[in-house]
Design a protein around this ligand. Structure first.
Ligand code: 5GP
Ligand code: ZN
Length: 116
């Protein structure tokens, strides 16, 4: 898929209007279309990375920033005490369906482990 066809690139650029829960120079966060928990937020890098499997050393700052930002959003929403889950599905067996790297932040209910 070319970046021009990437739905999350279009969300990041604003070409597809989406209510953002957070945005900064490196990342954008918005609610998942099909929430799997009372809070289900996706965090994406502004620049296209297919997946963790394709991430490179140069993506280190962005990847760290995505995790720290997920933690910050969770903290601001009061989830630190009860907890939450951060998920990065990767490729076919990992259940990845959108090939622009994204972090799922799931909160507001008890999670089970292992995931299905
Ligand atoms: P994956 O299965 O790749 O880890 O997660 C992709 C996620 O993106 C899914 O949870 C799906 O509901 C969400 N999603 C797919 N397309 C859109 C969209 O256009 N807008 C939003 N907000 N979420 C989307
Ligand atoms: Zn993209």
């Amino acid at each position: 898929m070319s970046f021009g066809d990437c739905i999350f690139c279009k969300i990041a650029s604003g070409e597809i209007p989406t209510a953002k829960v957070h945005e900064d120079d490196l990342c954008v966060a918005f609610n998942d279309l099909d929430p799997q928990a009372p809070t289900h937020i996706l965090l994406i890098p502004r620049h296209h990375i297919d997946s963790i499997a394709k991430a490179e050393n140069g993506d280190q700052e962005t990847l760290g920033h995505l995790l720290l930002t997920a933690g910050e959003i969770a903290r601001n929403r009061g989830f630190d005490e009860d907890g939450y889950r951060i998920v990065i599905n990767t490729n076919s067996d990992g259940g990845q369906t959108v090939f622009h790297l994204h972090v799922h932040l799931l909160a507001g209910r008890k999670m089970t482990f292992p995931p299905g």
